[in-house]
Design a protein around this ligand. Sequence first.
Ligand code: ASP
Length: 292
Amino acid sequence: MSAAWSLVLHGGAGPLREGDEAGAEAHMAATLRAGGDALASGRPALDVVQTAVAALEESGFHIAGRGASPNAEGRWELDAAIMNGQTREAGSVAALRGFRSPVAAARKVLDHSPHVLLVGKGATRFLKPYRLARVRNPREYYRPAVTRPVAPGELAHGTVGAVALDTRGRLAAATSTGGLLGKTPGRVGDSPIIGAGTWADERVAVSCTGQGEYFMRCAVAADISARVRYARAGLGEAAGHALEDVRLLGGDGGLIAVDVLGNVTMPFTSQTMKRGVASSAGRFEVATRRRA
Ligand code: ASP
């Protein structure tokens, strides 16, 4: 049993936007503090990443949960995933409509379904007995954090995520997203695809953000684990190479990752990534602008 713990959060990678990020930073700091306290008191990584992502969803500061942008038809279709590194159990939902916390829905799939990924009406029916909080009036509830691209042709996007190592050496990852602004109805990004945008095993936990199509084509999250496992790469090196593959295809973004020793990395190739880290070693940082 190790007493070390680490928690890393992200609030999405992308272009720098005008605006005051002080509210987002203060909220992320409070979320980190609460998650760090939970890990220090022995809570499982799986519960802590879910709670942290749910707080980021609910905040409206990021393009996920309440801050998500609508698709091309003005409807909100959200994606989320959660994975337990110890058991490799995973749950995901995609293009889900009408649930306040997509990550809570993903956790129900992990806990109660033999499947990994549920979508559409089947997902809604499966979730019904669990009485999760619903969105009755989307136009009133959602407060899109972004309503138009910053530059012409820019794929405005955003996501939230959390990865954690708990004091019993267990790793977990969770990701939740509104995907791309004005996306085609039915479009699913990398976040709920296990191995692309979200991954946890006995070595590493990873949550990605960026142009999801590229992250799927590079299987980024699982690739980091493979590089650590087979190429014996360090966590930072593995993450850097995986993001370089995305860049070579023409995409950008970032990720957060933690390994079983508590090492963390938060690289990004986009202009910025909202991010924060807390650990039992006393590290505590939050940044929403360029480099820390
Ligand atoms: N990766 C997300 C998606 O493509 C978006 C983001 O992270 O900004 O759905």
